[in-house]
Write a protein that binds this ligand. Structure first.
Ligand code: RFL
Ligand code: PHB
Length: 391
């Protein structure tokens, strides 16, 4: 049996950041993770970091590589009806911006920092299960050699993503789930090509949504709306490029094409679990909520939850005061619901809905016209996209 102050399930952005912030406050934690370090460091997911995520990483000493290798973007483009319209994030938000830096690079930096500081991170753990979370929590697991283990802790950080064991450990009668499933998914690719644009492009087209993002001067990340039950093998390179070129055409714009070396399809959901706590268990990040990726909020929300949770845990463990822990869920949920609204709004404004009438389509275009021609409306988009300050 191992003892620690905070037992953390999951070594994603939420779990690693929690362990990192607790360590800086002098608090011990152990992370139990079901995947291998290599799998975590190679899974392709998010790419956009809000200003406050970047600031937190830099201020807590894990932002050196991000500062060197991340791409600072001061704007992005909405593209519809064959024309691009720039949203000047910096001008509209008093100088705030976003940074394009892949999630797995954030994870590499956090894992390295934790291991350098002597952290106990256990990868490849199986059968992770929670016990007695209402009173004195224990976590049982099977390690990579097949041996049973047990971790006793004062508090638990449930940071194990959408399909983990933490959320189900909150009894049904003590929580409420809110769910919306969208009738489409995103087809994502990585391609060996130079950037086609200096900034991200969110395109609305009669054939559906497309997003042009980037990873480096040599690798580009792009997505297009698809049937969530489609199979990536139905899409040849030529078919993918035709679709992306069509959905982004206009003003003489052409995407620079190259070899596609990764393809995947992501389903789209909006989900919130309330409250995000039960007894001594506190869930954070995707374990508690999911947003469709259109607002680029998932990773950033996970970090924002942890910013609140780490302080509350520190206060409790150092002084016994549990007011921060008691209000964790309510504090985090305010930002979460605003991000839910923004992500839903961006999704509804940019995607093709099969059941949409001609009226719906004209209204959708009028909305895009509004956010690209009214400074007040553009500012609302920009403030939400760069993210609210951490409080
Ligand atoms: P994670 O990253 O899913 O990490 C959870 C970890 O827990 C482990 N785990 C377990 N460990 C032990 N026992 C168990 N029973 C376990 N079950 C699971 C998992 O192996 C994993 O390592 O959750 P976390 O930390 O809350 O982080 C959330 C973010 O990963 C997620 O919100 C973002 O990736 C969402 N997202 C984006 N977010 C952004 O902020 N900006 C973006 O540009 C952005 N783009 C995206 C995205 C997500 C995407 N996909 C693939 C869903 C683009 C895509 C395509
Ligand atoms: C990405 O680069 O992966 C990305 C960018 C913006 C989004 C979602 C994903 O809204």
């Amino acid at each position: 049996m191992t003892r620690t102050q905070v037992g953390i399930i999951g070594a994603g952005p939420a779990g690693l950041m929690l362990s990192h912030l607790l360590h800086l406050a002098g608090i011990d934690s152990v992370i139990l993770e079901s995947r291998s370090r290599r799998a975590i460091e190679e899974t392709i997911r998010a790419g956009v970091l809000e200003q406050s995520t970047v600031d937190l990483m830099v201020e807590t000493g894990v932002g050196d590589r991000l500062k060197r290798e991340g791409f600072l973007h001061h704007g992005f483009e909405f593209r519809f009806e064959g024309h691009g319209h720039r949203i000047d994030l910096a001008a509209l938000t008093g100088g705030r911006s976003i940074t394009v830096y892949a999630q797995h690079e954030v994870l590499k930096d956090l894992i390295q920092a934790r291991l350098d500081a002597g952290a106990d991170i256990r990868f490849d753990m199986r059968d992770v299960a929670l016990h007695d979370v209402a009173t004195s929590p224990r976590i049982t697991f099977t390690d990579r050699d097949g041996r049973a283990g047990e971790l006793a802790c004062e508090l638990v950080g449930g940071c194990d993503g959408s399909y983990g064991v933490s959320r189900p450990a909150i009894p049904h009668e003590s929580r409420r789930d809110y769910l919306r499933i969208y009738p489409f998914g995103w087809f994502g690719i990585l391609a060996e090509a130079p950037p086609s644009s200096d900034e991200l492009i969110y395109a609305r087209h009669e054939r559906g949504f497309a997003l042009i993002s980037t990873r480096s001067q040599e690798v580009q990340r792009m997505y297009f709306q698809c049937d969530p039950s489609d199979n990536v093998d139905n899409w040849s390179e030529d078919r993918i490029w035709d679709e992306l070129q069509t959905r982004t055409e206009g003003d003489g714009f052409r995407l620079k094409e190259g070899r596609i070396f990764q393809k995947n399809i992501v389903p789209m959901r909006s989900f919130v679990c309330e409250p995000m706590q039960y007894g001594r268990l506190f869930i954070a990040g995707d374990a508690a909520h999911t947003v469709p990726p259109t607002g680029a909020k998932g990773l950033n929300l996970a970090v924002a939850d942890i910013f609140v949770l780490a302080r509350a845990m520190e206060r409790y463990l150092k002084s016994g005061a549990d007011d921060g822990l008691q209000s964790y869920s309510a504090t985090a949920l305010r930002r979460i619901w605003r991000a839910q609204h923004f992500s839903w709004w961006m999704t509804s404004m940019l995607h093709r809905f099969e059941e949409a009438t001609e009226f719906d389509r004209r209204r959708q275009l009028a909305e895009l016209d509004l956010v690209t021609s009214s400074e007040a409306a553009a500012r609302t988009v920009a403030e939400n996209y760069v993210g609210l300050p951490l409080t």
